[in-house]
Design a protein around this ligand. Sequence first.
Ligand code: MTE
Length: 329
Amino acid sequence: MLIQKPKRWELPDRMATPEELFFSRRQLVTGASALALSLPLAACGSKSAVASKPVAMGGANPTLKLYPAKRDTAFKLDRPITKAQIAETYNNYYEFGTSKDIWQQAQALPIRPWEISVEGLVEKPFKIGADELIFKMPLEERLYRHRCVEAWSMAVPWTGFPMTAFLALAKPLASAKYLMMQTFMMPSVAPGQDQPWYPWPYVEGLTMAEAANELTFLVTGIYGKPLPKQMGAPLRLVVPWKYGFKSVKAIVRFRFQTEQPKTFWEAVGPDEYGFWANVNPKVPHPRWSQETERVLGTDERVPTQIFNGYGPEVASLYTGMNIGNKLYR
Ligand code: MTE
């Protein structure tokens, strides 16, 4: 008889609390948290404030009818879903300022039309509109934990498609070793990009093996609707076993290449934010511990898990890599 061992993320359904129940019994945190450790070069701030207004989606969006996408029940949570109003109104998007309250400024970003370039070591480079890409891809909803490098965490229902589906479209050559992803450059609407001490545009990267991992997700929506601009519309990356700064927003360029990309935060603070950025409670950030994390919307701190709890799915990506703590910065 074939016995299928459940994967580590396949926690019992009872562990995941429906959003409505969660909302009705939680007290939202409004004060500043102890994580006001957010110094200028910190990649993430604590996400504990609640904004007063709901987030509006504007403009005609032809992909609207694709939402909500069917949930892939293989991806379950060990904690309640974070309230939408918290996740959507306290964001990190340095293009729109270093404050966490940038959701209104981000509405200035024109996301339609939005052209995405697929370049480098591929069978044939091409450009594609974000809407066209989204219609081509198999959208699904996944519940993922998200762990910020500054020791807060949330759990959200992302909508998107597996990176593997995108790779099938892009057709990288065997010589490709890394996938570089780049955010738009538009200082006229994104005033943060006028700050020359940051190495714009925002760049992130993965090895090809990381990109092809089943957890690697290209996100187009959240909470059953298209992604709000402040969260990275029209297309962002989500890699749940890595610190949140790897999840690059508003992607305009995918380039397959042989060299390891120099990432935005690595260029800003190489000792604090490296290329790998795998979650590990045993490797402290130079300025704070990573042992525990504060669960947004609660007063709880819970132990942080290696690879944010996704070790069984991703640890093998790093076997034999003798680069010590660099894997976790
Ligand atoms: N992508 C871009 N282009 N610019 C950014 O400043 N911030 C990163 C990441 N992606 C960032 C980005 C950081 S530090 C985090 S923690 C997450 O986005 C935050 O995502 P959220 O605002 O949707 O929670």
